[in-house]
Design a binder for this molecule. Sequence first.
Ligand SMILES: Nc1ncnc2c1ncn2[C@@H]1O[C@H](COP(=O)(O)OP(=O)(O)OP(=O)(O)O)[C@@H](O)[C@H]1O
Ligand SMILES: [Mg+2]
Length: 256
Amino acid sequence: MTERVLSLSDPMIVVDGLRRSIRNGTRTVDILKGIDFSVPRGQFAAIMGSSGSGKSTLLGLLAGLDTPTAGNVHLNGTAISYLPEDKLAQVRGKTIGFVFQSYQLIPTLTALENVLLPHELNSDAKDGKAGLARARELMESVGLGDRMDHYPVQLSGGEQQRVALARAFILRPPIVLADEPTGNLDTTNGAHVLELLLNLNKKEGTTLVLVTHDPVLASYADRRIVLRDGVVLSDEMNRDAEAAGHAAVIAGGGSR
Ligand SMILES: Nc1ncnc2c1ncn2[C@@H]1O[C@H](COP(=O)(O)OP(=O)(O)OP(=O)(O)O)[C@@H](O)[C@H]1O
Ligand SMILES: [Mg+2]
C-alpha cells in the first residue's frame, strides 16, 4: 500500500466555498457568494465575466492579498486564507507570481532591478549571482535584453508589462495569477505580452489563472470559468485550445 501525501495529480489550486462580503456603512455587499473549483497543475484557466462580477476580488483571494468571509483557498496543498501574515507572505513568495493590469513596477528601480526585487526580498533565495543570471535571462526571453538599465518611465506600456512578466517568473513560482495583464495595451502589444506569458508558462510548467473580459484572450485558455454576480455561471474546457495547442493558436492568429 502506498501512502500519498501530495501527488502530481493533486490540484494546484483548490477554491472551497469561497465567500467575500464587504460592509458598506450599514449595508453588507455580497461580492462572492460561494465559489468552488479546482485547477490542475499546468492548466491555463481564464476567469471571465462582466465588470463587477467579482473577478479581481476572486484573484486577490487566490493570491492571499485578501481574506475571505468564508471558505478557503488551497495552493499547492496549503490552506492559505487564514494564515498569519508572516507565514502567508512566505507561502505567497514561494508559490505565486502576480501580474497586474497596471504593471506596478517600482519607478526608482531599473527594469533589471525590478525583475530581481522578489529574489532580493526572498530570504530563501540566497544566491545573488544565480538570481542575477536568471533575471538577465528572463529579460532576454521577454525581448528586453537591451533595456535592462532603463527605468520604467523610459519604457512603453508593453515593455513595462514584459518587465512585470519577467518579475512574476523570477522565483519560479508554480502558479502565476494575472488580472487583465493586457488591459492597458493595444491589440498588437497585448498579443505580444500574451504570447510571452504563454511561452514562459509552457516553458516553466506553471499553472496560470488569467482574468480577462476579452473572449479572444480567453480563447487561448484550456478552460473558461465565467462569473456572474459573485457566482460561477459556467465552467467549461476549451476544446479548441486543447486541440490546437497554445503555440499553434498564437502563431496562427496572434493579433486577431
Ligand atoms: N472595497 C470594496 N467596497 C465595496 N464594494 C467593493 C469593494 N471592492 C469591490 N467591490 C464591489 O465588488 C464587486 C466586484 O468587484 P471586482 O473588482 O471583483 O469586479 P471585477 O469583476 O474585477 O470587475 P472589472 O471587470 O470591472 O475589473 C463590484 O460590484 C465592486 O463594486
Ligand atoms: Mg477587475
